[in-house]
Design a protein around this ligand. Structure first.
Ligand SMILES: Cc1ncc(COP(=O)(O)O)c(C=O)c1O
Length: 464
């Protein structure tokens, strides 16, 4: 049963924004936070802390923005949502409602996508270590399989040859671009050619649809380079009589958590060891103040040179190739906030303070990757308080020394108190639930779907 919140005439909670790394907020989320902070207090009282609120409307807007770039360039396209970014079922429902496919990396992601109503032929399976069971179900469902290696190709061939049914596997071959020769993902030129040769004699078992790659990092230039490399194999395959029709460039489209100017200012002026409780600036972190949005990135990729006279978009059209994408993080931009209730603050040596919250860094997990979520939490004081500034780092409720959500010493304009809330914004992409578990037998955090009803009204229901 959805719970529709009503506004109560109580002591009004106060919202305090940081002055340093203030998160960008979706308009509907900002409205809830600023106009109805008491709703968040009530939801946490009812469902526990931390509480993840998932906002499918943001997913829909992000999908629409990418589709509109692809349509402007008039390229044939297929978007597969990278379901690994978040475990929410309602976001798979949003993918289905937007008519896009899903990139699945396990049997369980596949089952969840099918449960959300995504047609099986719009699933694309990635990952280097698919099990036999996963292969079998993908083949039976008619899903697309990105073959990662010669070894995987042989396993799939054996499975198909042993099948009593005349059934074919739809495959893309995963290419390993030249600039990541040591990667364990994908195939270099020699193995790719072996696969292509095999495919010419295995038409009864395989429908070969094209090529795939996925790169680390967030530059469109490295994708344009990999695209130019893989396009040579399109020519090779066509000369062999095969008919590739798709190049899938994977994910890695950037998102913007912080206004780029504020982020640059922080990186250049404030990101020093003294800003961190552990006196250590992480060696790497996500580019939280990205100069490009995902749509601008995609536009730049399509406008990149394929050859001196042809852009990538022009190449795609001239060669009747469908551009596939597997955006994970960029489709869930703004699609969740994570709400932690403050347990207490504690004075430490050197006049430092730690703030404990109900929840752990498994539910806001960047520190487990020796990195830091460079986005400040928003404080909601349960009751109005006098402005007594406080600087504190933020720790979870476990007995692990490493259970730190924010190593940075956050400057609060008023001291957080027990029962107040810290809101971590934009946590849908790999933050909120990647590492969540039941350590100390704490129940898994609840996930609620936040639906924007009429203007300024919201409904919340469990996300199954
Ligand atoms: C094969 C593949 N596709 C897509 C993605 C999604 O990437 P992102 O969330 O950066 O868009 C990943 C992420 O690891 C991946 O491995």
């Amino acid at each position: 049963m959805p719970i529709t919140t009503t506004y109560l005439n109580e002591v009004r909670p106060e919202v305090h924004l940081s002055k340093m790394l203030n998160p960008l907020l979706d308009a509907s989320i900002a409205q809830l936070l600023h106009n109805q902070p008491d709703t968040l207090l009530k939801l946490v009282a009812q469902h526990g802390s931390p509480l993840n609120l998932v906002w499918p409307h943001a997913f829909t807007l992000n999908t629409r923005a990418l589709q509109s770039v692809l349509e402007q360039h008039e390229v044939q396209h297929a978007i597969f949502y990278g379901a690994k970014a978040n475990k929410s079922q309602c976001l798979l429902g949003a993918a289905k409602a937007s008519g896009i496919g899903v990139d699945v990396s396990s049997l369980y992601e596949m089952q969840a996508a099918l449960r959300a109503g995504v047609p099986a032929d719009q699933l694309c399976a990635t990952g280097p270590a698919k099990t036999e069971d996963f292969h079998r179900q993908l083949v039976q469902a008619g899903a697309l399989i990105c073959v990662d290696s010669l070894e995987e190709f042989d396993h799939l061939k054996t499975l198909l040859e042993a099948s009593s049914e005349a059934i074919k596997a739809r495959v893309l071959l995963r290419y390993r671009p030249n600039n990541c020769a040591a990667s364990r993902f994908g195939m270099g030129a020699a193995d790719l050619l072996v696969c292509l040769h095999s495919l010419t004699g295995l038409r009864a078992f395989f429908d070969f649809e094209g090529f795939h790659f996925h790169l680390g990092g967030y530059g469109f230039e490295s994708r344009a380079q990999a695209f130019r490399e893989v396009a040579d194999f399109v020519d090779v395959a066509r000369k062999m009589g095969l008919t590739p029709t798709m190049i899938d460039i994977g994910g890695g489209l950037p998102i913007r958590y912080i206004e780029p100017h504020a982020y640059d200012r922080f990186i250049h002026n404030d990101n020093t060891p003294s800003h961190y409780y552990n006196q250590s600036v992480p060696k790497s972190y996500y580019p939280y103040g990205s100069n490009l949005t995902a749509s601008q990135w995609l536009n730049s990729f399509l406008e990149s040179a394929f050859s001196p006279r042809q852009s990538i978009a022009q190449y795609l059209k001239a060669n009747h190739i469908t551009l596939a994408l597997e955006p994970g993080r960029s489709l869930v931009d703004q699609a969740a906030i994570s709400v932690f209730r403050v347990t207490r603050s504690k004075k430490l040596a050197d006049n430092k303070t730690v703030l404990f919250v109900e929840g752990s860094s498994f539910s806001a997990c960047e520190t487990w990757f020796a990195s830091e979520y460079l986005v400040d939490p928003i404080l909601i004081s349960a009751a109005s308080t006098s402005p007594t500034p406080m600087q504190a780092y933020i720790a979870g409720h476990s007995c692990l020394d490493d259970d730190v959500i924010t190593q940075r010493l956050i400057n609060f304009s008023v001291s957080p108190k027990a029962g107040d809330l810290l809101i971590y914004a934009n946590t849908a992409g790999y933050q909120m639930d990647l590492l969540e578990n039941e350590f100390h037998r704490h129940p898994l955090p609840r996930r609620m779907v936040a639906t924007c009803c009429t203007h300024g009204n919201y409904a919340f229901s469990p996300d199954y």
